[in-house]
Design a protein around this ligand. Structure first.
Ligand code: AMP
Length: 294
């Protein structure tokens, strides 16, 4: 841990060529590199990814970039929380050894014409209300991996659909990187940590807990033997509907591997939730796994 008065010691790169040069030199020295892609405004969820990478890799590159490509025209790109200085301090405290913080200008050429498009998993769940989101994500993550040249890249299970889409991209395009997924980090009362939680009023913050209550109620019913996906969804919806400031976007059970529709929970299934709390869109999920039941 560094103290407040100590200077930031990790290098910060803004351009892909500079980042690549650093990573290539590390690889020449046979040092393994972990990469943690983020949009900044760090909370304990981000820190858990940095710690996992620092444990498992010789070097850890944290990337901080609020990616305009993954925001819809009416979404919160402009007001998205930003604190690069604070984030860099935390990153180095928790074990990052370099940071890649491109600007929109160093990231995207004005006449860019190549995108990375995943064509199947992106159609469901968040893709229904955010049709351009995942193409923004796959394009930026491909570019971040090409800049950082990591052996491993760390992603949170909180963004479950994103995780599957990135795994699919890496598989289908033969990226030489291992994708590592990390558990959802929650506030003490159960709310999944998110940079967007700062938008919530006191009342909305209370209502946002209905997502976790919904997951708990569904998990409980599942553990008591409920195997009907529609029943589980109804149980989850009912919990969320009790909260006045919350509007459900979706509450769906889907195959945990490929997000296909399920009727019976006879294999691992993800119960994925998205809801708008006031004006803030929140997501959460849990895995219902019959293979883990007695
Ligand atoms: P973001 O900055 O929101 O784009 O998130 C960067 C990374 O942190 C993604 O891999 C997220 O899945 C992960 N992440 C965000 N919130 C959490 C959380 N509460 N628990 C675990 N990982 C998280």
């Amino acid at each position: 841990m560094t103290t407040d008065t100590e200077k930031l010691t990790i290098p910060v790169f803004r351009a892909p060529r500079d980042m690549q040069e650093w990573s290539r030199a590390r690889r020449m020295d046979r040092r393994t590199i972990g990469c943690v892609p983020t949009m900044g405004a760090f909370h304990q969820g981000h820190i858990s990814l940095i710690e996992a990478s620092a444990r498992e890799c010789d070097e850890t590159v944290v990337t901080i970039f609020v990616n305009p490509l993954q925001f819809g025209p009416t979404e919160d790109f402009k007001m998205y929380p930003r604190d690069e200085e604070g984030d860099l301090k935390l990153a180095s405290e928790y074990g990052a050894t370099a940071a890649y913080c491109p600007t929109v200008e160093t990231m995207y050429h004005p006449d860019r014409s190549v995108y990375v498009v995943e064509q199947s998993l992106k159609e469901v769940l968040c893709g229904m209300s955010r049709p351009t989101h995942f193409t923004g994500v796959t394009t930026v993550v491909a570019k971040l991996l090409n800049a950082c040249l990591p052996d491993r890249a760390y992603f949170g299970r909180k963004d479950y659909q994103q995780l599957l889409i990135i795994r699919r991209m890496v598989r289908d395009l033969d990226f030489p990187v291992e994708i590592v997924d990390c558990p959802i980090v929650r506030e003490p009362d159960g709310l999944a940590m998110s940079s967007r939680n700062v938008y919530l009023s006191e009342r909305e913050r209370e209502d946002a807990l209905s997502l976790k209550r919904a997951l708990n109620a569904a998990q409980e019913a599942f553990e008591e033997g409920e195997r009907n996906a529609r029943e589980i969804e109804t149980i989850a919806r009912k919990e969320i509907e009790k909260a006045e400031t919350v509007r459900i976007d979706y509450a769906e059970c889907r195959d945990a591997e490929n997000l296909s529709e399920v009727t019976d929970i006879d294999r691992p299934v993800v119960l994925a939730l998205a809801a708008i709390v006031g004006n803030t869109r929140l997501i959460d999920n849990t895995i219902l796994n019959p293979e883990k039941e007695g």
